[in-house]
Design a protein around this ligand. Structure first.
Ligand SMILES: NC(=O)c1ccc[n+]([C@@H]2O[C@H](COP(=O)([O-])OP(=O)(O)OC[C@H]3O[C@@H](n4cnc5c(N)ncnc54)[C@H](O)[C@@H]3O)[C@@H](O)[C@H]2O)c1
Length: 389
């Protein structure tokens, strides 16, 4: 386990933060993660990991660098503002609760928890401590998602009645976490470990919580990737506003990474980076309108927009705003997955057992797209909407 600090990219340079004339926020992670390393936010050396716990030392020119093998000691290190938790899934609840009790703000990797009880304990600890949280649903900051949110805020496809979002990415021995992720007690299930990004995307776009689900799951007959849980699932969702949807996941498929998004409304349709809308009556009937955007087409985290998520979190902390991806809002996505698991086990329609208040629909989130659509001045820091600085 490690405690380190680094900001290696321009976006995170101490100089940039100093220009704000405030004390730079200090971020440490448990443990050094390739997620963080590859995302360019934090600079770590693999040799600083659990196997090489040692005295503080400089890494990449850093002087404030230390390594710990005890969470309690780690949290006592002076000057930590934010703890980023990037451990395997079963660790997230206890580490979140400990860091919240220590008064640290939190960046928490998905999934928050593998069961309802742990999730509720985490939310209670965060609420009691009054700290801020940022759940790593970083896809919300990819260009594709930003454009879709902007189209929806402008009512380009009207009232959305159907949405689907899926995650198809084979996670085998070639992918870092596979060795522990194949275990039921560690990975959880295909949705919790990976498809959760697709479900979060769907919730982010549909503007309504899910109330009921039905679902099936399986593994291919020979289970070549040796998972202890079903690697593929498909769920049908009913939203509170009457819309319906579908989320499918496969972590054993053998194909290029695929993250399809389809949203249909009474005035048009969005299909990934293409759309069709009655707002443009001159468009050829058989042609889509395309808006070029960065797409979710890679499972490699260096292609994921963590910088947007982190810059937004800093903006929220400095301006006393509640992040739209905080633990309370993101708990709903997990509650839906728990209901999907109920549906798979019972072979019946299951209701979402919402116990943590805080889910906010897209329209309740005052992000820059919604604000701009309402004619408000966009935030000064474009990172708040995941834009380029
Ligand atoms: N948001 C995303 O797009 C995304 C992508 C990949 C991984 N993740 C998440 O990041 C987290 C880590 O996944 P990963 O792919 O980096 O896994 P990994 O196996 O590459 O790294 C896990 C790290 O945790 C350390 N570790 C193991 N047991 C530990 C313990 N008990 N205490 C402290 N450290 C321990 C390991 O030494 C290793 O450094 C998971 O929650 C995973 O779901 C998120």
């Amino acid at each position: 386990m490690i405690l380190e600090l680094a900001r290696t990219t321009e976006a995170w340079s101490p100089g940039r933060l100093r220009r704000s004339r405030r004390r730079p926020l200090t971020i440490h992670t448990i443990p050094p993660s390739w997620v963080e390393e590859e995302s360019g936010l934090l600079s770590f050396r693999p040799e600083c990991g659990r196997s090489a716990v040692g005295p503080p030392r400089a890494v990449d020119g850093l002087t404030d660098c230390a390594a710990f093998d005890d969470v309690g000691a780690f949290l006592k290190h002076p000057g930590i503002d934010i703890v980023s938790i990037c451990t395997p899934h079963p660790n997230h609840p206890a580490e979140t609760i400990a860091a919240a009790k220590a008064g640290r703000h939190l960046v928490i990797e998905k999934p928050l928890a593998l069961d309802r009880t742990s999730l509720r304990k985490m939310a209670a600890a965060v609420k009691a401590a009054g700290v801020s949280t940022s759940v790593c649903f970083e896809a919300r900051w990819i260009g594709l998602f930003k454009n879709i949110k902007a189209l929806l805020a402008r009512n380009a496809i009207g009232k959305v009645f159907y949405g689907e979002c899926s995650y198809f990415h084979g996670v085998g021995p070639w992918y870092g976490q596979w060795s522990w992720n194949i275990k039921k007690s560690m990975g959880g299930d295909a949705l919790l470990t990976a498809g959760i990004h697709a479900l979060d995307g769907l919730l982010w776009f549909m503007d309504s919580p899910v109330v009921e689900v039905s679902a099936f799951s399986n593994t291919s007959p020979d289970n070549p990737l040796q998972y202890e849980y079903d690697t593929n699932s498909v769920a049908i969702l009913k939203f509170a506003n009457g819309a319906i949807g579908k989320v499918a996941t496969s972590i054993e498929c053998r194909q290029p990474y695929l993250f399809p998004v389809l949203l249909q409304g009474d005035r048009g349709t969005i299909w990934n980076d293409q759309f069709s809308s009655l707002d443009f009556p001159g468009t050829a009937k058989d042609r889509w309108i395309t808006i070029p955007a960065a797409m979710l087409d890679s499972g490699d985290v260096k292609d994921h927009p963590y910088s947007g998520q982190m810059e937004y979190f800093l903006d929220c902390l400095r301006n006393s705003m509640t992040p739209h991806n905080d633990i309370f809002s993101c708990a709903h996505c997990h509650e839906v997955i728990f209901a999907i698991n109920d549906a798979i086990a019972s072979k019946k329609v299951a209701r979402v057992k919402e116990k943590i208040a805080g889910f906010r629909t897209a329209n309740e989130v005052t992000d820059c797209h919604v604000a701009a659509a309402r004619g408000a001045r966009p935030p000064q820091n474009n990172h708040a909407c995941g834009g380029t600085p």
